[in-house]
Design a binder for this molecule. Structure first.
Ligand SMILES: [Fe+2]
Ligand SMILES: [Fe+2]
Length: 145
């Protein structure tokens, strides 16, 4: 994703770049510790990196201002796989949202409101939120951008 940061200028943007690098390093390291074959299949850091690439590609076609929210969410979306057993895989979104909230708050990488947006997205990435209805799902994402 190197090119994106080259277009940014100023000290504030350097910090923005650094926080994404910080998240990436954390996710890379954490996902390298997943040893269960059933959890690793198609869900190693390469998967996360592909999701990040697609998320940014899709976002570039939308009027989305804060691409860091997109990138951070994509990077962290499967972090729950690092703390669940194979039979708990269905809970990895819930677990991942909690891990991401803790990490982002601890390192103060986003505002509390932004962290709420990121963790809501992680929570909803593998099963429908809002009671499984389209309206409920859309409602749960209201105010995203
Ligand atoms: Fe997932
Ligand atoms: Fe995934």
């Amino acid at each position: 994703m190197g090119g994106r940061f080259n277009t940014r200028e100023g000290e504030e943007n350097k910090v923005v770049g650094d926080r994404i690098q910080q998240i990436e390093s954390y996710v890379r390291q954490a996902m390298s510790t997943v040893t269960a074959p059933d959890l690793r299949i198609a869900h190693d850091f390469k998967h996360v990196d592909r999701v990040r690439g697609w998320a940014l590609r899709l976002a570039s076609g939308e009027a989305i201002q804060n691409l860091d929210l997109i990138e951070a969410t994509a990077l962290l979306h499967d972090i729950g796989l690092t703390r669940v057993e194979v039979e708990q895989r269905s809970q990895h979104a819930q677990v991942g949202a909690e891990i991401a909230a803790q990490f982002l708050l601890e390192h103060q990488l986003f505002s509390e409101e932004e962290i709420g947006i990121i963790t809501d997205a992680i929570l909803c990435h593998s099963s429908p939120c809002g009671g499984g209805t389209l309206a409920g799902t859309l409602q749960s994402f209201s105010g995203w951008w």
